[in-house]
Design a protein around this ligand. Structure first.
Ligand code: FAD
Length: 274
């Protein structure tokens, strides 16, 4: 596969998780990802682990992208954290609003991701390449599809360089979203987020939370496999290879894999695509 890829990890919570992730990273580096991104929990939940994982990737000689969310944060704290990333040599951010864990009050000096993008540009100029999130199937809290598209365009106009989408299983949703963004005069690359299917109940739970549509025929097939993990993985692999083929044929600029800290499913999909 000639298309560039990137991969995403979450910060591990235990030593065992850290060792498994280090192993997964080694296997995924063979695919020569453009960058490896690391998620970041709003409200302090995973921030130290996130920066530590970013540092480990940079130390391995691979470009890391730090996810960074602004909800509930002050401008002073954001500036200080971003300066820390800059001092670590990080040059790529995934700039997000984020979601506060339950129990946290709103507050903070940022309302939307577009405010964070504008702040980063104002304070740090071009020191960071800024990625933002995109939602081809509409963000679950959006007032309407049109309002969500406008919110995306605001992020691009505030200074985002490129975007990564929420995962989806219907390439038409992605192509329509890209067409609408281009029609609005915005030309930043929009990279599809790819979620390998490896576990039925986890996928359905995640998708319900983040507003990703799992088509009925995929749900039905997954349910019919019950606890048969090998069949779920084989079916999921076929579905995602087909989705990726359609995206590549339709002109996607790159693919971003939500690895869930596992190398096997992503490596297998990329091998099938080559
Ligand atoms: P925004 O772009 O600010 O949008 C949030 C909502 O506000 C949308 O409904 C939008 O339509 C609406 N909105 C925006 N601007 C306006 C406006 N001016 N007026 C009215 N409505 C408006 N979460 C994490 O906690 N950590 C992570 O590391 C993380 N990484 C992610 C990576 C990717 C690629 C994606 C797609 C999502 C990620 N998320 C992560 C989830 C993300 O934090 C949530 O989806 C969050 O609810 C929205 O963040 P955002 O940056 O997209 O927000």
């Amino acid at each position: 596969m000639n298309l560039p890829i990137s991969v995403e990890f979450f910060p591990p919570k235990t030593d065992e998780g850290a060792a498994k992730l280090a192993q997964a990273r080694r296997a995924l580096y063979a695919l020569k990802p453009q960058f490896c991104s690391v998620t970041y929990g709003a409200g302090g939940s995973t921030q130290e682990g996130s920066f530590a994982t970013v540092a480990a990737i940079q130390a391995e000689g691979v470009e890391a992208a730090a996810h960074f969310s602004c909800i509930g944060a002050t401008k002073a704290s954001v500036e200080q954290r971003l300066q820390q990333l800059r001092d670590m040599g990080v040059r790529r951010l995934v700039a997000l609003r984020g979601d506060l864990p339950s129990g946290y009050g709103a507050g903070g000096e940022f309302q939307y991701a577009a405010d964070l993008v504008a702040f980063v540009r104002e304070v740090f100029g071009d020191a960071f390449h800024i990625e933002v999130a995109a939602y081809p199937e509409v963000h679950p809290q959006a007032r309407s599809a049109e309002a969500d598209l406008k919110a995306f365009i605001a992020k691009a106009k505030a200074g985002a360089d490129s975007a990564i989408t929420q995962y989806f299983f219907n390439p038409d949703a992605y192509f329509r979203f890209v067409d609408e963004v281009v029609a609005a005069g915005v030309k930043i690359p929009i990279v599809p987020g790819i979620m390998p299917i490896t576990n039925s109940s986890q996928l359905i739970r995640f998708s319900d939370m983040c507003g990703a549509d799992v088509p009925r025929w995929i749900r039905q097939r997954l349910q019919s496999y019950g606890d048969d993990s090998a069949s779920i993985k084989a079916f999921g692999h076929d579905v995602m290879v087909r989705v990726c083929e359609q995206l590549i044929q339709g002109g996607a600029p790159s693919l971003h894999f939500y690895t869930m800290n596992q190398s096997g499913p992503t490596v297998k999909i990329c091998e099938a695509l080559s």
